[in-house]
Design a protein around this ligand. Structure first.
Ligand SMILES: Nc1ncnc2c1ncn2[C@@H]1O[C@H](COP(=O)(O)OP(=O)(O)OP(=O)(O)O)[C@@H](O)[C@H]1O
Ligand SMILES: [Mg+2]
Length: 317
Protein backbone atom coordinates (compact mmCIF):
# COMPACT_ATOMS: atom_id res chain seq x y z
CA UNK A 1 0.00 0.00 0.00
CA UNK A 2 1.56 3.23 -1.15
CA UNK A 3 0.11 6.38 0.37
CA UNK A 4 1.08 8.42 -2.63
CA UNK A 5 -0.95 6.13 -4.85
CA UNK A 6 -4.63 5.37 -4.78
CA UNK A 7 -4.61 3.65 -1.45
CA UNK A 8 -7.88 2.11 -0.32
CA UNK A 9 -9.37 3.78 2.70
CA UNK A 10 -10.25 0.98 5.08
CA UNK A 11 -12.83 1.22 7.82
CA UNK A 12 -16.46 0.41 8.35
CA UNK A 13 -17.11 1.61 11.87
CA UNK A 14 -19.86 4.21 12.33
CA UNK A 15 -17.26 6.55 13.85
CA UNK A 16 -15.08 6.39 10.74
CA UNK A 17 -17.77 6.30 8.06
CA UNK A 18 -19.42 9.37 9.60
CA UNK A 19 -16.09 11.16 9.21
CA UNK A 20 -15.72 10.03 5.60
CA UNK A 21 -19.18 11.32 4.78
CA UNK A 22 -18.47 14.76 6.26
CA UNK A 23 -15.11 14.86 4.49
CA UNK A 24 -16.82 14.18 1.17
CA UNK A 25 -19.06 17.18 1.75
CA UNK A 26 -16.09 19.36 2.68
CA UNK A 27 -14.10 18.07 -0.31
CA UNK A 28 -16.68 19.40 -2.73
CA UNK A 29 -16.31 22.91 -1.30
CA UNK A 30 -13.08 24.85 -1.34
CA UNK A 31 -12.78 25.61 2.36
CA UNK A 32 -9.64 25.10 4.43
CA UNK A 33 -9.84 21.88 6.42
CA UNK A 34 -7.90 20.80 9.48
CA UNK A 35 -7.57 17.14 10.45
CA UNK A 36 -7.01 16.58 14.14
CA UNK A 37 -5.99 13.21 15.40
CA UNK A 38 -3.36 11.03 16.96
CA UNK A 39 -0.33 9.82 15.08
CA UNK A 40 -1.02 7.09 12.55
CA UNK A 41 -4.79 7.61 12.35
CA UNK A 42 -4.63 8.27 8.61
CA UNK A 43 -4.63 12.07 8.41
CA UNK A 44 -2.39 12.20 5.36
CA UNK A 45 -4.36 9.50 3.60
CA UNK A 46 -7.57 11.42 4.28
CA UNK A 47 -6.02 14.68 3.07
CA UNK A 48 -5.15 12.97 -0.22
CA UNK A 49 -8.68 11.66 -0.47
CA UNK A 50 -10.14 15.15 0.06
CA UNK A 51 -7.93 16.37 -2.76
CA UNK A 52 -8.94 13.52 -5.07
CA UNK A 53 -12.62 14.22 -4.42
CA UNK A 54 -12.29 17.94 -4.98
CA UNK A 55 -12.50 20.06 -8.12
CA UNK A 56 -8.73 20.46 -7.80
CA UNK A 57 -8.07 16.75 -8.33
CA UNK A 58 -6.18 17.25 -11.60
CA UNK A 59 -3.82 19.83 -10.09
CA UNK A 60 -0.96 18.93 -7.71
CA UNK A 61 -1.23 17.78 -4.11
CA UNK A 62 1.84 19.12 -2.33
CA UNK A 63 2.67 18.06 1.22
CA UNK A 64 4.94 19.88 3.63
CA UNK A 65 5.89 18.32 6.93
CA UNK A 66 6.25 21.38 9.13
CA UNK A 67 8.14 19.40 11.79
CA UNK A 68 10.86 18.34 9.38
CA UNK A 69 11.77 21.73 7.91
CA UNK A 70 15.38 22.66 8.51
CA UNK A 71 15.62 25.88 10.49
CA UNK A 72 16.54 28.74 8.18
CA UNK A 73 15.33 26.96 5.06
CA UNK A 74 11.66 26.86 5.98
CA UNK A 75 10.80 30.17 4.37
CA UNK A 76 12.36 29.25 1.04
CA UNK A 77 10.73 25.82 1.21
CA UNK A 78 7.30 27.46 1.47
CA UNK A 79 7.66 30.60 -0.58
CA UNK A 80 10.63 29.83 -2.82
CA UNK A 81 13.72 31.93 -3.41
CA UNK A 82 15.51 33.69 -6.23
CA UNK A 83 18.98 32.82 -7.40
CA UNK A 84 21.59 34.36 -5.12
CA UNK A 85 19.14 35.08 -2.29
CA UNK A 86 21.51 33.34 0.15
CA UNK A 87 24.64 31.21 0.05
CA UNK A 88 23.79 28.03 -1.78
CA UNK A 89 20.84 29.50 -3.67
CA UNK A 90 22.37 28.67 -7.03
CA UNK A 91 19.13 28.88 -8.97
CA UNK A 92 15.55 30.06 -8.58
CA UNK A 93 13.35 27.77 -6.53
CA UNK A 94 9.59 28.17 -6.91
CA UNK A 95 8.78 26.86 -3.41
CA UNK A 96 5.99 24.50 -2.41
CA UNK A 97 3.17 27.02 -2.53
CA UNK A 98 3.87 27.75 -6.20
CA UNK A 99 4.21 24.04 -6.91
CA UNK A 100 0.72 23.52 -5.52
CA UNK A 101 -0.81 26.16 -7.84
CA UNK A 102 -4.41 25.28 -8.61
CA UNK A 103 -4.24 22.30 -6.26
CA UNK A 104 -3.95 21.49 -2.58
CA UNK A 105 -1.25 22.34 -0.08
CA UNK A 106 -1.11 19.88 2.80
CA UNK A 107 0.53 21.18 5.96
CA UNK A 108 1.37 18.20 8.11
CA UNK A 109 2.18 18.74 11.80
CA UNK A 110 1.12 22.33 11.38
CA UNK A 111 1.59 22.97 15.12
CA UNK A 112 5.37 22.75 14.67
CA UNK A 113 5.65 25.71 12.32
CA UNK A 114 7.84 28.56 13.58
CA UNK A 115 6.15 31.84 14.55
CA UNK A 116 7.93 33.62 11.71
CA UNK A 117 6.54 31.24 9.09
CA UNK A 118 3.13 31.34 10.76
CA UNK A 119 3.01 35.12 10.23
CA UNK A 120 3.99 34.79 6.56
CA UNK A 121 1.57 31.96 5.96
CA UNK A 122 -1.26 33.92 7.51
CA UNK A 123 -0.53 36.82 5.22
CA UNK A 124 -0.63 34.47 2.24
CA UNK A 125 -3.90 32.91 3.38
CA UNK A 126 -5.49 36.31 3.70
CA UNK A 127 -4.24 37.91 0.52
CA UNK A 128 -3.23 34.98 -1.71
CA UNK A 129 0.11 36.76 -2.06
CA UNK A 130 3.62 35.96 -0.93
CA UNK A 131 7.18 36.99 -1.54
CA UNK A 132 9.95 34.55 -2.43
CA UNK A 133 13.13 34.96 -0.39
CA UNK A 134 15.36 37.57 -1.99
CA UNK A 135 12.67 38.85 -4.32
CA UNK A 136 10.93 42.21 -4.21
CA UNK A 137 8.05 40.99 -6.31
CA UNK A 138 4.82 39.68 -4.89
CA UNK A 139 3.64 36.38 -6.25
CA UNK A 140 0.14 35.07 -6.27
CA UNK A 141 -1.01 31.49 -5.86
CA UNK A 142 -4.37 29.80 -5.69
CA UNK A 143 -4.21 26.79 -3.38
CA UNK A 144 -6.57 24.99 -1.10
CA UNK A 145 -5.18 24.38 2.33
CA UNK A 146 -5.50 21.19 4.33
CA UNK A 147 -3.69 21.08 7.66
CA UNK A 148 -3.14 18.23 10.08
CA UNK A 149 -1.85 17.94 13.60
CA UNK A 150 -1.67 15.50 16.47
CA UNK A 151 -0.90 18.33 18.86
CA UNK A 152 -3.39 20.31 20.86
CA UNK A 153 -3.32 23.59 18.93
CA UNK A 154 -5.51 25.36 21.47
CA UNK A 155 -2.92 24.56 24.12
CA UNK A 156 -0.16 25.85 21.84
CA UNK A 157 -2.11 29.09 21.41
CA UNK A 158 -2.36 29.42 25.19
CA UNK A 159 1.40 28.79 25.51
CA UNK A 160 2.12 31.40 22.85
CA UNK A 161 3.76 29.05 20.35
CA UNK A 162 0.88 29.18 17.89
CA UNK A 163 -0.73 32.37 16.60
CA UNK A 164 -4.33 32.75 17.61
CA UNK A 165 -5.32 34.44 14.33
CA UNK A 166 -3.82 31.58 12.32
CA UNK A 167 -5.52 29.09 14.61
CA UNK A 168 -8.92 30.58 13.82
CA UNK A 169 -8.08 30.80 10.14
CA UNK A 170 -7.21 27.08 10.00
CA UNK A 171 -9.89 25.92 12.36
CA UNK A 172 -12.86 26.88 10.19
CA UNK A 173 -13.76 23.26 9.47
CA UNK A 174 -12.03 20.97 11.98
CA UNK A 175 -12.39 17.23 11.66
CA UNK A 176 -11.50 14.86 14.38
CA UNK A 177 -9.99 11.62 13.06
CA UNK A 178 -10.86 8.94 15.63
CA UNK A 179 -8.09 6.79 17.11
CA UNK A 180 -8.34 3.12 16.23
CA UNK A 181 -9.45 2.13 19.74
CA UNK A 182 -12.56 4.29 19.30
CA UNK A 183 -13.48 2.76 15.93
CA UNK A 184 -15.80 -0.08 16.83
CA UNK A 185 -15.15 -3.21 14.81
CA UNK A 186 -12.43 -1.70 12.64
CA UNK A 187 -9.48 -3.57 14.19
CA UNK A 188 -10.75 -6.93 12.91
CA UNK A 189 -11.65 -5.52 9.51
CA UNK A 190 -8.34 -3.73 9.06
CA UNK A 191 -6.35 -6.78 10.23
CA UNK A 192 -8.09 -8.91 7.63
CA UNK A 193 -7.83 -6.54 4.68
CA UNK A 194 -4.30 -5.37 5.38
CA UNK A 195 -3.07 -8.94 5.94
CA UNK A 196 -4.67 -10.03 2.67
CA UNK A 197 -3.08 -7.18 0.71
CA UNK A 198 0.33 -7.72 2.27
CA UNK A 199 0.14 -11.48 1.73
CA UNK A 200 -0.57 -10.91 -1.97
CA UNK A 201 2.25 -8.39 -2.21
CA UNK A 202 4.82 -10.64 -0.50
CA UNK A 203 3.39 -13.76 -2.14
CA UNK A 204 3.01 -15.47 1.21
CA UNK A 205 0.11 -17.45 2.67
CA UNK A 206 -1.66 -15.31 5.26
CA UNK A 207 -1.53 -16.46 8.90
CA UNK A 208 -4.72 -17.30 10.79
CA UNK A 209 -5.39 -15.47 14.04
CA UNK A 210 -7.20 -17.47 16.73
CA UNK A 211 -10.26 -16.06 18.49
CA UNK A 212 -8.21 -15.42 21.63
CA UNK A 213 -5.57 -13.54 19.64
CA UNK A 214 -8.24 -11.42 17.96
CA UNK A 215 -9.85 -10.64 21.30
CA UNK A 216 -6.52 -9.48 22.62
CA UNK A 217 -5.88 -7.32 19.53
CA UNK A 218 -9.34 -5.82 19.72
CA UNK A 219 -8.90 -4.72 23.30
CA UNK A 220 -5.40 -3.31 22.76
CA UNK A 221 -5.16 0.51 22.85
CA UNK A 222 -3.13 0.92 19.61
CA UNK A 223 -1.21 4.06 20.54
CA UNK A 224 0.30 4.08 17.04
CA UNK A 225 -3.12 3.53 15.46
CA UNK A 226 -3.39 2.20 11.88
CA UNK A 227 0.35 2.57 11.28
CA UNK A 228 1.05 0.30 14.26
CA UNK A 229 -1.59 -2.19 13.16
CA UNK A 230 -0.19 -2.29 9.65
CA UNK A 231 3.33 -2.88 10.90
CA UNK A 232 2.13 -5.63 13.19
CA UNK A 233 0.28 -7.34 10.31
CA UNK A 234 3.43 -7.28 8.22
CA UNK A 235 5.61 -8.62 11.02
CA UNK A 236 3.16 -11.43 11.86
CA UNK A 237 2.78 -12.32 8.18
CA UNK A 238 6.52 -12.71 7.77
CA UNK A 239 6.95 -14.68 11.00
CA UNK A 240 3.79 -16.82 10.84
CA UNK A 241 2.93 -17.14 7.16
CA UNK A 242 0.41 -19.97 6.67
CA UNK A 243 0.33 -20.75 10.40
CA UNK A 244 -1.90 -20.07 13.33
CA UNK A 245 -1.29 -17.09 15.62
CA UNK A 246 -2.50 -17.48 19.17
CA UNK A 247 -2.53 -14.91 21.95
CA UNK A 248 0.88 -16.12 23.16
CA UNK A 249 2.45 -15.37 19.78
CA UNK A 250 1.54 -11.70 19.93
CA UNK A 251 4.15 -9.11 20.95
CA UNK A 252 4.56 -8.70 24.66
CA UNK A 253 3.22 -5.13 24.88
CA UNK A 254 -0.06 -6.25 23.34
CA UNK A 255 -0.43 -9.33 25.53
CA UNK A 256 0.64 -7.40 28.59
CA UNK A 257 -1.87 -4.62 28.15
CA UNK A 258 -4.59 -7.18 27.65
CA UNK A 259 -3.72 -9.04 30.85
CA UNK A 260 -3.36 -5.95 32.96
CA UNK A 261 -6.55 -4.39 31.72
CA UNK A 262 -8.58 -2.96 34.50
CA UNK A 263 -11.96 -4.61 34.71
CA UNK A 264 -14.95 -3.35 36.54
CA UNK A 265 -17.47 -5.80 37.89
CA UNK A 266 -20.94 -4.49 38.14
CA UNK A 267 -22.23 -4.96 41.70
CA UNK A 268 -25.50 -6.88 42.04
CA UNK A 269 -27.09 -3.77 43.49
CA UNK A 270 -26.31 -1.93 40.25
CA UNK A 271 -24.78 1.51 39.78
CA UNK A 272 -25.70 4.88 38.39
CA UNK A 273 -23.58 5.02 35.25
CA UNK A 274 -23.71 8.80 34.98
CA UNK A 275 -22.52 9.18 38.57
CA UNK A 276 -19.58 6.86 37.90
CA UNK A 277 -18.70 8.79 34.74
CA UNK A 278 -18.86 12.11 36.58
CA UNK A 279 -16.69 10.76 39.34
CA UNK A 280 -14.05 9.47 36.89
CA UNK A 281 -14.01 12.77 35.02
CA UNK A 282 -13.43 14.61 38.28
CA UNK A 283 -10.73 12.20 39.39
CA UNK A 284 -8.93 12.54 36.07
CA UNK A 285 -8.93 16.32 36.43
CA UNK A 286 -7.60 16.07 39.97
CA UNK A 287 -4.88 13.60 39.01
CA UNK A 288 -3.64 15.86 36.22
CA UNK A 289 -3.93 19.15 38.08
CA UNK A 290 -6.72 20.31 35.77
CA UNK A 291 -4.84 19.68 32.51
CA UNK A 292 -7.71 18.78 30.18
CA UNK A 293 -5.56 17.15 27.51
CA UNK A 294 -3.83 14.87 30.00
CA UNK A 295 -7.07 14.12 31.83
CA UNK A 296 -8.71 13.17 28.53
CA UNK A 297 -5.76 10.92 27.68
CA UNK A 298 -5.87 8.92 30.88
CA UNK A 299 -9.55 8.26 30.29
CA UNK A 300 -8.88 7.13 26.72
CA UNK A 301 -10.88 10.07 25.38
CA UNK A 302 -10.07 12.78 22.91
CA UNK A 303 -9.90 16.28 24.35
CA UNK A 304 -13.07 17.15 22.49
CA UNK A 305 -14.96 14.13 23.82
CA UNK A 306 -13.70 14.98 27.31
CA UNK A 307 -14.80 18.62 27.14
CA UNK A 308 -18.13 17.53 25.76
CA UNK A 309 -18.66 15.36 28.84
CA UNK A 310 -17.55 18.10 31.23
CA UNK A 311 -20.15 20.39 29.70
CA UNK A 312 -22.78 17.67 29.77
CA UNK A 313 -22.34 17.26 33.53
CA UNK A 314 -21.66 20.94 34.10
CA UNK A 315 -18.32 20.15 35.72
CA UNK A 316 -15.72 22.87 36.18
CA UNK A 317 -12.38 22.18 34.51
N1 LIG B 1 -8.26 3.99 6.99
C1 LIG B 1 -7.10 3.48 6.55
N2 LIG B 1 -7.09 2.46 5.66
C2 LIG B 1 -5.93 1.93 5.24
N3 LIG B 1 -4.73 2.34 5.62
C3 LIG B 1 -4.65 3.34 6.50
C4 LIG B 1 -5.84 3.97 7.01
N4 LIG B 1 -5.47 4.94 7.86
C5 LIG B 1 -4.13 4.92 7.89
N5 LIG B 1 -3.63 3.97 7.08
C6 LIG B 1 -2.20 3.64 6.88
O1 LIG B 1 -1.55 3.90 8.12
C7 LIG B 1 -0.32 4.59 7.91
C8 LIG B 1 -0.37 5.94 8.62
O2 LIG B 1 -1.28 6.79 7.94
P1 LIG B 1 -1.02 8.36 7.78
O3 LIG B 1 0.42 8.62 7.46
O4 LIG B 1 -2.04 8.91 6.87
O5 LIG B 1 -1.30 8.81 9.30
P2 LIG B 1 -1.11 10.22 9.97
O6 LIG B 1 -2.33 10.47 10.77
O7 LIG B 1 -0.75 11.22 8.92
O8 LIG B 1 0.10 9.96 10.95
P3 LIG B 1 1.17 11.02 11.57
O9 LIG B 1 0.40 11.90 12.52
O10 LIG B 1 2.12 10.14 12.30
O11 LIG B 1 1.77 11.76 10.44
C9 LIG B 1 -0.14 4.68 6.42
O12 LIG B 1 0.62 3.58 5.99
C10 LIG B 1 -1.54 4.59 5.87
O13 LIG B 1 -1.56 4.07 4.58
MG1 LIG C 1 1.12 12.26 8.67
Amino acid sequence: MNISGNCKMLGNSPEFTALLRSLDVAAATDVAVILLGESGTGKELLARQIHRNSTRADAPFVAINCAALPEGLAESEFFGHVKGAFTGAISDNPGRISQAEGGTLFLDEVGEMSLDIQAKLLRFLESGEFQPVGSLKQRHADVRLIAATNADLREKVEQGSFREDLYYRLNIVPFHVPPLRERSGDVALLMKDITRDLAARHQLAPPVYTKAAMKCLESYAWPGNVRELRNLCERMLILFSGREIDEGNLPREIRHQHQSRWTFSLPDTGIKLEEVEKELLQQALEKTGGNQSKAARILGLTRYAFIYRLKKYQLQP
